[in-house]
Design a protein around this ligand. Structure first.
Ligand code: FEO
Length: 392
C-alpha cells in the first residue's frame, strides 16, 4: 500500500470504496465514496488526521507502513462518525504513544461508540493548537458538519484545511486533486443536499469564520482535494445563502393515471410560462437527485394519489425527506386525485413543519381530472409565475 504525497511530509493515507452503493443505509452512492485520512509530519512530531471506515483498517495500516510511520504522536478525530473514526481503536492499539485529539463532545462520542479509553484522549478547545515542529495544527470547533461534535483542522504553515465531512463529495476516484471541476461540483452539490443542507444556518456562520483564514488547499474526508479552494467555498456560499431560483420541483406518484395527468398538465403549464421544472417519479426516484434539486428551487409541488384515507406512502416519504433536509424553498403546492375522501392535505402539511414556506391552495380532485380541474392547475401555474417573477 502506498501513501500518496500531497507535498513533502503530508500524505493521503485513506481508502477508496469503489463498490459501496448506500451510506447510513439511507444515502445512495452512485459513484461510491472515499474515506480520506491524512498524515502530517513535522520536524519533531507526526499526526494522523482522521481514520477510515472500519472495513478498511488494513488499508490504512498498509499506507502508514508505506509511509514508513513507526511512531504517531497525535491522532486527530475531527468527527466521530464511524466512516472516519472506525479505525481509531486499531490505530491507538498499534501506536501506544499516540494522543487522541477531539472536541469535548467528540470525546464522549468516541468513548461511547468506539470504546476508546478516556486516558488516551486530550480535549482540544476551540482555537487550540499543537506544534509538530515547523508545522502547527489549529483546531476550529465547527458543530453540525455533520454531527454536533465536529471540528476542522487547519495546518497553518501550509495553508491546508482538513474539514472532514464539510466540502466533501461521495465520489470514488483515483484523482487525489480535483481534475474536472464541473464533475466534482455536481457530486459535491448532491453531497451537500443529502448531508449538509439541514445545517445550512450554522454552516453560514462557519463560512464567515473561514473567510479570515488563508486557504491554499482544502482536503476533505470524502472525495478529492480542492487546490482551488474558492471553487467549493463559493459554491457553498451560494447553496447556503444564495437566492432561490425560478425552478419548480415536482415529485409525483400516481396509482391509476389521474394524478399523473394532473402532474403532466401542471408541468406543461409551468414550462409554457418559462418556469423550469424538475419532475421526479417517486416510484423510481433516486433520493439524491431529488435532494439536489431542492437546494435552490423556489417551489415544490407534491403530487400524490390518495391511498385509503391519506397520501401515498411514497409521497409521505418525500414530504418527510424535504422536511428533514430543510431546503430554502419558499412556496409549497399540493395536487392529486382521490377516490372517496381522505385527509391528505392535513397529513402532508403536518409532515413539513420545518419548511418556512408559503402553502399554495391545494388542488385535490375526485377521480380523473376534468376541464375545470385542469383550469385550476393553469391558475396554480399563474400563481407560481407571479411569485417567481423577480427570481434569477
Ligand atoms: Fe463522513 Fe458524517 O461522516
Amino acid at each position: 500500500m502506498r501513501a500518496r504525497k500531497i507535498r513533502e511530509g503530508i500524505y493521503w493515507v485513506g481508502a477508496i470504496d469503489w463498490a459501496r452503493r448506500v451510506f447510513d443505509e439511507l444515502v445512495p452512492l452512485p459513484e461510491g465514496t472515499s474515506y480520506n485520512a491524512y498524515l502530517v509530519q513535522g520536524d519533531q512530531k507526526t499526526a494522523l488526521i482522521d481514520t477510515v471506515d472500519p472495513d478498511y483498517t488494513d488499508t490504512l495500516m498498509g499506507r502508514l507502513d508505506g509511509a514508513g510511520v513507526t511512531r504517531l504522536d497525535y491522532l486527530v478525530a475531527n468527527h466521530a462518525e464511524q466512516d472516519h473514526s472506525g479505525s481509531i481503536p486499531a490505530v491507538l492499539e498499534r501506536f501506544g504513544e499516540a494522543r487522541l485529539l477531539c472536541t469535548k463532545k467528540g470525546k464522549d462520542m468516541l468513548m461511547r461508540h468506539l470504546g476508546v479509553s478516556e486516558a488516551r484522549i486530550d480535549v482540544m478547545e476551540d482555537g487550540a493548537t499543537v506544534d509538530l515542529g515547523g508545522r502547527t495544527l489549529e483546531f476550529l470547533h465547527a458543530p453540525w458538519v455533520h454531527w454536533p461534535e465536529t471540528m476542522l483542522t487547519y495546518l497553518r504553515e501550509d495553508r491546508i484545511l482538513f474539514p472532514c465531512d464539510l466540502f466533501g463529495s461521495h465520489r470514488a476516484t483515483s484523482e487525489l486533486f480535483v481534475q474536472d471541476e464541473h464533475e466534482v461540483l455536481v457530486a459535491a452539490k448532491r453531497y451537500y443536499a443529502e448531508i449538509m443542507m439541514p445545517f445550512r444556518t450554522v454552516i453560514s456562520k462557519h463560512l464567515k469564520r473561514l473567510a479570515d483564514y488563508d486557504l491554499g488547499l482544502i482536503c476533505p474526508s470524502h472525495g478529492p482535494c480542492f487546490p482551488r479552494p474558492e471553487l467549493i467555498v463559493d459554491a457553498y456560499r451560494d447553496w447556503v445563502d444564495g437566492p432561490t431560483v425560478n425552478r419548480v420541483v415536482l415529485p409525483y406518484v400516481s396509482m391509476h393515471g389521474s394524478t399523473y395527468r394532473m402532474a403532466q398538465h401542471l408541468l406543461e403549464a409551468l414550462v409554457s410560462r418559462d418556469i423550469p421544472v424538475d419532475p421526479f417519479n417517486l416510484t423510481v426516484t433516486d433520493e439524491g437527485q431529488l435532494a439536489m434539486a431542492l437546494v435552490d428551487a423556489s417551489t415544490i409541488v407534491l403530487a400524490t394519489s390518495t391511498v385509503l384515507a391519506g397520501a401515498h406512502p411514497k409521497a409521505v416519504y418525500a414530504a418527510y425527506l424535504a422536511n428533514v433536509l430543510r431546503p430554502k424553498v419558499r412556496h409549497i403546492g399540493l395536487i392529486g386525485s382521490y377516490g372517496w375522501g381522505g385527509k391528505t392535505v392535513d397529513q402532508l402539511k403536518g409532515l413539513m413543519p420545518a419548511l418556512k414556506a408559503e402553502w399554495l391552495e391545494p388542488i385535490l380532485v375526485k377521480g380523473y381530472p376534468g376541464a375545470e380541474d385542469l383550469a385550476r392547475l393553469d391558475a396554480l401555474a399563474d400563481q407560481i409565475r407571479e411569485r417567481h417573477a423577480d427570481l434569477p
